[in-house]
Write a protein that binds this ligand. Structure first.
Ligand code: GLU
Length: 428
């Protein structure tokens, strides 16, 4: 995240802009500008050397009018209440735009997960549940993985919650490992969904998918599967990926003239997303600075890492060749950069539409947990494809009908659905 950007301010500014366009009533604005509930708690954890370290944890429930609050837990050294608030707000819009019966929430811990051993991580996960479990549950608030958290961590958290409740409650959390209540397809889901929306955008723009090129920022879960799906589903070429190097504490862009091979790159990437540079070079990759991904001459730009990376200062670096910006990450574009994208006529697939595949698959996971019957990966991805294409279509129709920018149209659809749910429940 760039230093100048407070993501919660961005989330509120985006909301205010559309609230104005929509002529939203004051009471609705007040309800939706701020989260319904916020929790901040201390997490004392015994370290392997016997000492106690105290961490700060958060859970924010932005809105649950359409169903239980839903959203990931981030373990990040720069986590703040404001980042969690912003992400919780975006989850409300994400679930609404995907039209799944869930609200928005987010959680976090201020910690660099790479600084913990496996057993320290497990104790921190269990402690997080111990602190907040009374406010969680399949019908209240359902966490999931996000930056810095993994399926295994969700497995520990589900176990801790089940112990406290005295019964097996797999639906309390999603993104669990396969074999412990997880859904097939969940790991691929966000990146897969990103590419479904790119496919639909290309179709709308009258462009063939085959042979299109992409540049991707990030090489975590979303980016890895976006790269694979871009190549395998669309027949496209991913020119480069850019990712953080933990050893050098900086980012690099890895470019291959024939297009990157995501399977090879995954095989030389450690669990925290750092690529082995020596092996990459040996395989013919050119290593450039971390910003190089932004200025590549490609058809599709996919920021799939963190928030606040396309700013007023760097937005001009985007090549005139770029036709689509697919926001795989949450909040990658600042408000002033967004204005420039709008003027330049770049077709933007806004974050909470573009990356809704993860939470949509989480919803499928919960449904399977409730049924205690599990679908094949093919079934899951087929349902996901339908849901994502349907969400894209709903936003595009609104954009065309009201002559709106895609981000505004997505807000328009999402806010409209949440407002209706609040009214139908008699809140307003
Ligand atoms: N963390 C993911 C997101 O931001 C998934 C959330 C979920 O599955 O609940 O969309």
């Amino acid at each position: 995240m760039s230093d100048q950007v407070n993501p919660f301010k961005l989330a509120q500014d985006q909301f205010d802009q559309v609230a104005e366009q929509m002529g939203l009533e004051q009471s609705v604005r007040e309800m939706l500008r701020w989260p319904l509930r916020e929790f901040r708690f201390q997490l004392p954890v015994r370290m392997d050397d016997g000492s106690i370290r105290v961490f700060f944890g958060f859970r924010v429930q932005h809105n649950d009018a359409r169903g239980p609050a839903k959203g990931g837990i981030r373990f990040a050294a720069n986590e703040t209440l404001d980042t969690v608030r912003a992400l919780a707000t975006w989850m409300t819009w994400k679930c609404a735009v995907a039209d799944i019966p869930l609200g928005g929430g987010k959680g976090g811990v201020v910690v660099d997960p790479a600084s913990l051993s496996t057993s320290e991580k497990e104790r921190l996960c269990r402690e997080w549940i111990d602190a907040i479990w009374k406010n969680l549950g399949p019908r209240n608030d359902v966490p999931a993985p996000d930056v810095g958290t993994t399926p295994q961590m969700m497995g520990w958290m589900m176990d801790e919650y089940s112990k406290l409740r005295g019964e097996y409650v797999p639906g309390v959390i999603t993104g669990k490992p396969i074999g412990s209540g997880g859904s097939l397809g969940r790991t691929a889901a966000t990146g897969f969904g990103v590419v479904v929306t790119v496919r639909e955008a290309l179709r709308h723009l009258g462009l063939n998918a085959a042979g299109r090129t992409a540049s991707i920022q990030g090489f975590g879960n979303v980016a890895q599967y976006a790269a694979r799906t871009f190549i395998e589903m669309l027949g496209g070429r991913v020119l480069c990926i850019s990712c953080w190097d933990r050893n050098d504490r900086t980012a690099y862009t890895y470019t291959h003239e024939n297009g990157v091979d995501p399977y090879f790159l995954q095989s030389i990437t450690d669990q925290y997303g750092t690529v082995n540079q020596e092996q990459a070079k040996k395989a013919g990759y050119v290593i450039e600075d971390g910003d190089a991904w932004r200025s590549k001459d490609v058809d599709v730009l996919i920021p799939a890492a963190v928030e606040g990376v396309i700013t007023r200062e760097n937005v001009e670096q985007i090549s005139p060749k770029v036709k689509i910006l697919a926001e795989g990450a949450n909040g990658p574009t600042t408000l002033d950069a967004d204005r420039v994208l709008k003027q330049r006529g770049i077709f933007v697939i806004p974050d909470f539409l573009c990356n809704a595949g993860g939470v949509t698959c989480s919803y499928f996971e919960q449904v399977q947990n409730d049924m205690n019957y599990y679908w094949t990966e093919e079934e899951v991805l087929q349902k996901l494809d339908l849901k994502m294409a349907g969400a894209f279509k709903g936003v595009l129709e609104k954009a065309l009908e009201k002559k709106l920018y895609m981000r505004d149209a997505a807000y328009w659809v999402a806010i409209g659905r949440v407002e209706m749910a609040m009214r139908l429940r008699g809140w307003l």
